[in-house]
Design a protein around this ligand. Structure first.
Ligand SMILES: Nc1nc2c(ncn2[C@@H]2O[C@H](COP(=O)(O)OP(=O)(O)OP(=O)(O)O)[C@@H](O)[C@H]2O)c(=O)[nH]1
Length: 543
């Protein structure tokens, strides 16, 4: 706005200066016109003097008033400048003087002839008057030229000022516009940055919400798992449940649950689940797994530099990860939980943590189940021979008998007693007697089938139930047992003990009895008879 006003003011001033310059030129032109008219009148007067042609006289008469007019116009033109007005008056006066001298010459010619007029010119008066006029004109012209110079300078200065104003007026808005644009661009960038940060914050929030939902879902699954785990009756159930839960938590991964054998020298797969990214051995020594060696969780993937376990197959995918969680409780290694998957399927640290929690829960459960199992075994087995005890025998004989009866199958009971065991004890010591009984127990396990039930009935007396075995088969088996025990050589305290013999009584369902009591009594009676007939023999019930 200010720049515009200054520019307009500058233009007005410039135009005013220019008008003054034009005015100066006008003044100079007017001086020339005055002189030109004077010279025209002078020329016509001279021509008339020389030719006496009235046409020239008429021309002179026409030129003379113009001289006065031009001189008056010159005075009017410089009316604003007193010095120049005075000079203009001087020019007018001298021009009129020159005209008057010409007129006097013309009158002289008209009255005395051309010769007289020509003679009059020789006085030089005309040349002096003309010279005076030229000098007056020159003085005025010089003064006007000085004015012209000053006015041109003023005009140029104003022109420069206007140009300056215009340039400033043009560049300033451009500069301001540039600054404004830079500010806007900065603001725009800031807004975009804020938008980006807001977007990232939203994405992070969503991620956190998804993670929170996933974690609460994991907690729910783990809570249910822990509850169900406590109700598992055996290791098989616990392993199957664990497989299902790991599958639920890591649907794109898979693996195996392993159980440590009682010998502690092999870890055996007890169940598989999901789709593992890489296979893992069924049966392996514990040394094949870094987690079992070190007793701590072992991971391999791009973020973990852990060594690959020997039980895991070769890498099939670049984004593959493996996780081995040792299952241990009370300082005893119970097994291993092994999972493998691929990072691209979205499994994360939280899921790995969940698998570790599963490992901890499972370890506790395995320890409890093993404890329960050992208590159960203890309550059912004889600790010296590891054979079933009498309580177990009585419970199962009834059940097996019913099963065989329902299916129309035979069942045989053998009663076995070590001959002269008292003497053996007396000669070799009670500990040697124990060693012998334990060895006899092993023979009985070796020579019976899985479904047969070998028990220590009490003392040096054993009972074997052979479901589905008839008298003939059972007698053959009894002979084999008798022969095997007869050829035993037991080494105790670096001494070879024995040999010993056994007597066996055999009773068969349905021939010798239909109830557990009757069968046991029949077998015992047969054993008694075997003893009576000299021992080291098999006697079939006579009932
Ligand atoms: N070392 C040991 N001895 C036992 C155990 N249970 C019972 N005995 C002994 O076994 C012996 C059984 O002796 P007896 O019943 O007289 O029978 P036996 O000497 O084998 O004679 P026969 O049966 O007639 O051939 C007793 O001396 C018991 O002390 C045991 O767990 N360990």
């Amino acid at each position: 706005m200010g720049v515009g006003a200054a520019a307009i003011w500058g233009l007005v001033q410039f135009s005013r200066s220019e008008r003054w310059v034009e005015h100066t030129y006008e003044v100079l032109a007017q001086i020339e016109r005055v002189e030109a008219e004077v010279r025209r009148a002078e020329s016509e007067a001279r021509a008339y003097r020389l030719t006496s042609d009235p046409a020239h006289y008429a021309q002179y008469l026409a030129a003379a008033p113009l001289v006065r007019q031009r001189a008056d116009a010159l005075v009017a033109l410089v009316a604003d400048n007193p010095a120049q007005t005075s000079r203009a008056h001087d020019i007018g006066t001298r021009a009129r003087l020159r005209l008057r001298e010409l007129e006097s010459l013309i009158q002289l010619q008209r009255t005395h002839g051309a010769e007289a007029a020509i003679a009059a010119t020789r006085s030089g008066e005309g040349a002096r008057l003309m010279q005076a006029l030229i000098e007056a004109e020159s003085a005025m012209r010089d003064a006007e030229s000085e004015l012209l110079r000053e006015r041109k300078q003023a005009s140029d200065a104003r022109a420069r000022w206007v140009i300056g104003i215009v340039v400033v007026g043009t560049l300033l808005p451009i500069a301001l516009l540039g600054l404004l644009m830079a500010g806007l661009s900065r603001e725009n960038r800031r807004v975009r940055e804020l938008e980006r940060e807001a977007r990232e914050a939203m994405i992070e929030l969503e991620r956190i919400a998804v993670r929170r939902d996933r974690l609460s879902e994991q907690r729910r699954i783990l809570g249910t798992y822990t509850g169900l785990l406590q109700s598992c009756q055996n290791l098989g159930e616990a392993m199957a449940l664990t497989g299902r839960v790991v599958d639920e938590l890591l649907p794109d991964a898979g693996g195996r649950c392993y159980v440590m054998r009682a010998s502690q020298n092999l870890v055996e797969s007890a169940g598989t689940f999901g789709s593992p990214a890489t296979p893992s051995e069924d049966l392996m020594p514990p040394e094949h797994c870094w987690a079992l060696r070190r007793g701590q969780v072992h991971r391999t993937d791009t973020g973990h530099t852990g060594l690959r376990c020997a039980h895991v197959g070769p890498t099939a995918h670049s984004d593959e990860w493996t996780l081995c969680v040792p299952l241990a409780a009370h300082g005893t290694t119970l097994g291993l939980l092994h999972v493998s998957g691929r990072a691209s399927t979205g499994s994360d640290e939280a899921q790995a943590d969940a698998v570790e929690s599963i490992g901890e829960q499972l370890s506790q459960t395995m320890a409890n189940l093993q404890l329960r199992e050992s208590l159960r075994v203890q309550s059912l087995r004889d600790p010296l021979t590891q054979l079933y005890n009498r309580r177990y025998l009585e419970e199962n004989l009834f059940r097996e008998l019913q099963r065989c009866e329902r299916r129309g199958l035979p069942l045989t009971v053998m009663m076995l007693d070590v001959d002269h065991f008292k003497r053996f004890n007396d000669e070799n010591g009670h500990a040697a007697g124990d060693a012998l009984l334990a060895r006899v127990g092993e023979v009985l396990v070796d020579l019976t089938r899985g479904e047969d039930i070998a028990c220590r009935y009490g003392g040096e007396e054993f009972t074997i139930i052979l479901p589905e075995a008839n008298l003939e088969v059972a007698t053959r088996r009894a002979e084999e047992i008798r022969a095997a025990i007869g050829s035993l050589s037991v080494i105790h305290m670096r001494r070879v003990l024995g040999p010993v013999t056994v007597s066996i009584g055999v009773a068969c369902f349905p021939e010798h009895g239909g109830s557990p009591e009757r069968l046991l009594a029949a077998a015992d009676s047969a054993l008694y008879r075997a003893k009576g007939h000299g021992r080291n023999r098999v006697v079939i019930s006579a009932a």
